[in-house]
Design a protein around this ligand. Structure first.
Ligand SMILES: [Zn+2]
Length: 159
């Protein structure tokens, strides 16, 4: 099992419980876990964004958190925020939607998607629109919320 030294034992157990419950609901599948089944079970939607996609220009965001900190206090265009903070992925709790930068290498999608699913699974992450940059998506990121999401992602992917 993936060990994450900065998560307290109790936090690891709480995440484990959530992941176990989810896997039970999915009938304890064999690896590799199909993330589309996870999304179905959690009623999550996944989409890709492109930094210069004009169709995203009228999406306005505020209350965006990166590494647990609120980074935007006023509404800001989605594309502006992506560029300013060099964001690679988002979890939008109100829409239950995961957004991933389409320009990333495809091999990275699975980890990033699992990480965002991790945010969605943990009730103490609720209420924050979460953005991820290169830093927070690292498996050894030390920020508390990001470490939680990475721990959940590792539990999902490595069962
Ligand atoms: Zn994150």
């Amino acid at each position: 099992m993936a060990k994450n030294y900065i998560l307290r034992q109790r936090t690891q157990e709480r995440i484990d419980e959530r992941v176990e419950r989810l896997l039970n609901r999915l009938g304890n599948p064999e690896p590799p876990l199909k993330l589309e089944h996870v999304r179905d079970a959690l009623d999550l939607d996944r989409a890709y964004f492109q930094k210069d996609d004009p169709s995203l220009m009228d999406d306005v965001i505020s209350m965006l958190h990166v590494a647990g900190k609120q980074v935007l206090r006023r509404p800001t265009l989605f594309v502006d925020a992506v560029k300013k903070f060099d964001l690679r992925a988002f979890y939008l709790p109100d829409e239950r939607r995961i957004l991933i930068d389409h320009s990333l290498h495809k091999l990275k999608y699975r980890w990033i998607e699992a990480h965002e699913i991790g945010h969605s699974l943990l009730p103490w992450h609720e209420g924050a629109m979460l953005g991820d940059d290169k830093q927070t998506l690292r498996p050894n990121c030390h920020d508390q919320m990001e470490a939680d999401a990475n721990f959940a992602a590792a539990r999902l992917l490595f069962l």
